[in-house]
Design a protein around this ligand. Sequence first.
Ligand code: NDP
Length: 287
Amino acid sequence: MSAIIMSGTQVAQQADAEFQQRIQHLKQRQITPGLAVVLIGDDPASAIYVRNKQRRAQKLGINYQLHHLAASVTQAELLTLIQQLNQDPDVDGVMVQMPVPPQIDATTVMNTIDPDKDVDGFSVVNVGRLWSGESGNFPGTPRGIMRLLAAYQIHLAGQQAVVIGRSNIVGKPMASLLLRANATVTVAHSKTRNLAAIARQADILIVAIGQPEMITAQYVKPGATVIDVGMNHNAQGKLVGDVQFADVQEIAGFITPVPGGVGPMTITGLLDQVITLAEQRAQRDDH
Ligand code: NDP
């Protein structure tokens, strides 16, 4: 029997319908959610990510500002811009598209963004809030994956979840959100021994490693939910995930495709965060 394919494209469309209503509601109160994106230089992949966010945000009526800076921008100039955005009452969320050029220190940049405007949730304040169970801004990809799991009614409490990958943008925040949802979480990485045996224990297997089609059926327990975060180009230049889809589809219960799985949900996670911040602004205005 073949797995149910989890369509991020469809769930993202449903989310947009919900977002439209929330934005409508805010606009009745003279509030338009504002997202400021800072793009540095001319990295083609970053330009595509920024364009995709812009398209979805503007379609929903979010006030989207793009600040495109030269690759030669100094750290001081960048920090001055971030401080201006921190002060701007029309801007609810600020993000700097990674990677940044070598003269810029990414950690300083992330921690200069006001934690309450840090839509990506990469600042140490928001990482602390995430792990201590408080509310805060959390990274878009894991947020989007949680929404996808909920849309397919994947039960999490008490389930075994294995996250392969421990990056700050995907693996670690994913593990934390699953833990908050009462899953029993194992985090694996490149030094993990017996990876396939550990992965096979997972009811929910999240793969974020950047290794084209490494995860085959031998890593998957029959009936498991498999979430493929990877976006890689194979030897033929085709976009593929970290999971060997055709092979794993035969054994998994649920599986995300690449493209059309986690990718659209990442933007959903980001937009949800921006709208939530605007809703918080509306609440503050009430007091
Ligand atoms: P990183 O390179 O920052 O992290 C990769 C992680 O995978 C590391 O923790 C690394 O372990 C681990 N890893 C690498 N190789 C292996 C291996 N052979 N076995 C086990 N673990 C391994 O990547 P990101 O987290 O930023 O991204 C992961 C993938 O997800 C990429 O393909 C990226 O393009 C994609 N991505 C997709 C998004 C989307 O919207 N769909 C959003 C973000 C990322 P160690 O720590 O030991 O080095």
